[in-house]
Design a protein around this ligand. Structure first.
Ligand SMILES: [Zn+2]
Length: 594
C-alpha cells in the first residue's frame, strides 16, 4: 500500500516538457475538488468544478516597473485593446456566460529592485505578488474588489517562461502584450491544465499506440497558444459553460450526432445532438469526442481528446492521420475523417465518423458492456482559494468511495497528505526533485493535517492529498497556494491580527447576472462563525436578509428569488449584496432586469 501511494506521488510529478521545446508558461495548478453546493448528481465525481464561473468576473491588470528596470510591458495605449481581446476570448469560449470586466492600473513603481523578488535563483511569487497588490491598493485598486489579477512585469525570473498562471488560482504574471497568452495564463487560474498531443502510429483502423508530444495541442489555447483560441469542451464543461445535458456519457454502442462546438450548446437536449460525447475508458480516463467546424482546416472530422484523470483538466488530442505531415502542421490533420475508425483495443472502444455536415457530425461508437469501478472522491476543504497563508495552517480534506457511500471516510483505507514544492530550473522537466516538507497518513477521518509553516521559506507550495480505497482504487487532489512568512513573525502577527481573520471570507459574483427572476450567490467562509448575507438597494436601504446563521467552514450557494423581506417582488435595477463575517465584509453589485 505504501508503495502504491509512493507511485501515486511519482506519477503525479512525472509530467515534463519535450526537450528543446521553448516553454511558454509555468503552470502551478493541477486539479482540485471543493465541496459542491450546486451540482449535477448524475455526473461522475470530479468532472465538474464548484468554482463559480459565470457572470462578470472582475480582473485587474497591475502594470509594474522597478527602481532598476523601468521597461513597461503593457503600454497604456495597448492595455484596453489587450483587455478587450481577452474578454472576447472568454465570452466566445463560454458562449457568453462569462465576461471579464477589466480595470487597468497606471504604471506603478515597485518598492524594491528586481533582485528582491528572486530567491535562490527562483522567482518569489509571494514577494512579487504581495508588493504588486500593495502598490495597486495604494493607487486605489482594492484586491477584495477583484476576482483575479494579472501582473504585467518584465521577466525577472531566470526560467524561460514568458508567463505564469494559477499561482493561487487567481494571479497570473505576464511578460508580453499577447492577449492569447494571457488567456492561457488566466485559463490556469480556472484550473485548466496544459493540452498535449498524441501522434498515433498505425493507419486504418487507427489504434492509439503512438507518441505523446507534451504541451502541444494546437487546437487548444492551453496548448499552442499561437494558433487557436479555444479551450477544449471538457474544460468548458468543467466550468459549466457547456451544461451537463449537452454532454452524453455513452453507455450503449450506437450512432450519435455531435453538434459543432462553436454553436451554443442546446439548453435541454431533446434531440439526439450533443456538444460532446464522453466515453469512459478506465476508472480515471475518458475519451471526449467533439466537432470543431470553423477553425482553419480543422473541419475534417471528429476531434478526440483523451482525459487521463477525472480530477484533472489535462487533455491529450489524438492526431488521427499519423505521420502524414511534419510536426508543425499536425493540427491540420488531427481530426478523424469520415470512413476512418479509431480503435482502442485495450479498452474495447471504437469510434468511427459516418457523416460530416457543416454543423454536425454523425459518429458510430462501440463501448464495452461491463461497468467501471469508481475511484475515491477527494475534496480539499481548506485552505480557501486565492489566499495567502501565514503561520500555522490546518489542511483539511474529505474522502469517500462512491461505490461504498458518500460519508466522509466511507470505503477509504488511507488518506495521505504531502506538502512540498518542486525544485529546479524547470519544475516539470528532467531532473525534477520534489522537496517534501511534511507528510502524514490518516487511517480514519477527520483528515486534518496541522502544519506550522513559520520556518518555511516564502514560496508557492503544493499540497497533494491521495486517497486509497479499500478496494485498491487511488485518486488524488492537489492545491497550490502561497505561504508568506515575510513581515512580522508568526507570533507577532497572531498578536497584532488574528490569523484566522486573514482568510475569513470570499464572496463571488452572482450568477446569472443580470438576472430575472432569481440568481445564485456563492460564498465561502474559512472558519466557523456567524455569517450575514444581506441585500441592499442603491440607496443603502435593506431589501432582504438572505443569511443570518452560524456557518461551518466551507462553500455555500444561496438563491435570491428577487423578493424582499415582506415577500414582495422588487423592481428592476441594481442591488448590492453584502457578506459579513465578524468585522469583515465584502460587497458586490448585481442587476435585476425585467
Ligand atoms: Zn501554461
Amino acid at each position: 500500500m505504501k508503495k502504491r501511494l509512493f507511485l501515486l506521488l511519482t506519477t503525479l510529478l512525472g509530467g515534463k516538457h519535450a526537450p528543446g521545446r521553448s516553454v511558454q508558461c509555468l503552470f502551478l495548478i493541477i486539479f482540485i475538488l471543493m465541496p459542491m453546493a450546486v451540482s449535477a448528481q448524475s455526473e461522475p465525481p470530479g468532472d465538474i468544478m464548484s468554482r463559480p464561473t459565470f457572470g462578470v468576473h472582475k480582473v485587474l491588470f497591475i502594470r509594474v516597473i522597478y527602481p532598476d528596470d523601468n521597461r513597461v510591458v503593457l503600454s497604456g495605449q495597448r492595455a484596453p485593446i489587450h483587455a478587450n481581446n481577452l474578454n472576447d476570448i472568454f465570452k466566445a469560449n463560454s458562449y457568453e456566460k462569462l465576461a471579464l470586466d477589466i480595470d487597468v492600473t497606471p504604471v506603478l513603481m515597485m518598492p524594491q529592485p528586481t533582485s528582491f523578488y528572486q530567491l535562490e535563483n527562483r522567482l518569489s511569487f509571494v514577494r512579487l505578488r504581495a508588493d504588486a497588490i500593495k502598490i495597486a491598493e495604494d493607487a486605489g485598486f482594492l484586491e477584495s474588489d477583484y476576482d483575479r489579477e494579472i501582473i504585467f512585469t518584465v521577466k525577472i525570473w531566470p526560467q524561460p517562461f514568458t508567463g505564469i498562471g494559477g499561482v493561487n488560482l487567481r494571479t497570473s504574471f505576464m511578460t508580453r502584450d499577447n492577449p492569447t497568452l494571457s488567456a492561457h495564463e488566466v485559463g490556469h487560474t480556472f484550473d485548466f491544465n496544459h493540452a498535449n498531443f498524441w501522434r498515433v502510429t498505425s493507419a486504418n483502423p487507427i489504434d492509439t499506440v503512438g507518441t505523446l508530444i507534451e504541451y502541444g495541442d494546437k487546437f487548444d489555447v492551453m496548448g499552442d497558444v499561437h494558433h487557436f483560441h479555444h479551450y477544449n469542451p471538457r474544460n468548458k464543461f468543467r466550468l459549466g459553460w457547456i451544461p451537463p445535458e449537452s454532454i452524453l456519457t455513452v453507455s450503449e454502442s450506437g450512432t450519435y450526432t455531435i453538434r459543432a462546438v462553436e454553436k451554443p450548446p442546446l439548453a435541454g437536449v431533446t434531440v439526439n445532438e450533443y456538444t460532446a460525447l464522453r466515453i469512459r475508458r478506465t476508472p480515471i480516463s475518458d475519451y471526449w469526442v467533439f466537432y470543431r467546424s470553423q477553425e482553419d482546416s480543422a473541419n475534417t472530422g471528429a476531434m478526440i481528446t483523451r482525459i487521463e484523470s477525472r480530477n484533472s483538466s489535462s487533455s491529450i488530442l489524438l492526431d488521427m492521420a499519423p505521420g502524414s505531415l511534419p510536426e508543425k502542421r499536425d493540427y491540420q490533420d488531427a481530426a478523424l475523417v469520415p470512413g476512418k475508425t479509431v480503435r482502442d483495443q485495450e479498452a474495447g472502444i471504437e469510434i468511427e465518423v459516418l457523416e460530416r455536415h457543416s454543423d454536425s457530425l454523425i459518429v458510430r461508437v462501440v463501448v464495452p458492456q461491463a461497468g467501471l469501478d469508481t475511484l475515491p472522491v477527494i475534496d480539499i476543504v481548506s485552505p480557501a482559494f486565492g489566499k495567502t497563508i501565514k503561520g500555522g495552517v490546518d489542511y483539511e480534506a474529505t474522502a469517500f468511495d462512491p461505490d461504498v457511500g458518500q460519508v466522509n471516510g466511507a470505503g477509504i483505507d488511507t488518506v495521505k497528505f504531502i506538502l512540498g514544492y518542486p525544485e529546479g530550473d524547470d519544475p516539470y522537466g528532467e531532473g525534477l526533485s520534489f522537496v517534501i516538507l511534511a507528510v502524514k497518513d490518516f487511517s480514519a477521518p477527520p483528515y486534518i493535517f496541522h502544519v506550522e509553516t513559520a520556518s518555511f521559506p516564502d514560496e508557492s507550495y503544493r499540497l497533494i492529498v491521495g486517497a486509497l480505497s479499500q478496494n485498491g482504487g487511488i485518486n488524488r487532489a492537489i492545491i497550490n497556494h502561497l505561504i508568506d512568512n515575510t513581515g512580522p513573525s508568526a507570533e507577532t502577527a497572531v498578536a497584532a491580527k488574528p490569523v484566522e481573520l486573514v482568510n475569513t471570507l470570499q464572496l463571488q459574483q452572482n450568477y446569472p447576472n443580470p438576472f430575472n427572476p432569481s440568481t445564485t450567490i456563492n460564498y465561502s467562509v474559512a472558519r466557523a462563525g456567524k455569517v450575514e448575507l444581506t441585500i441592499y438597494d442603491l440607496l443603502g436601504k435593506k431589501v432582504r436578509t438572505l443569511v443570518a446563521a452560524n456557518n461551518s467552514a466551507g462553500e455555500y450557494a444561496v438563491l435570491w428569488d428577487g423578493r424582499n423581506d415582506a415577500d414582495r417582488r422588487v423592481g428592476s435595477g441594481s442591488y448590492y449584496y453584502k457578506l459579513r463575517v465578524g468585522e469583515h465584509t465584502s460587497t458586490k453589485r448585481m442587476l435585476l432586469l425585467k
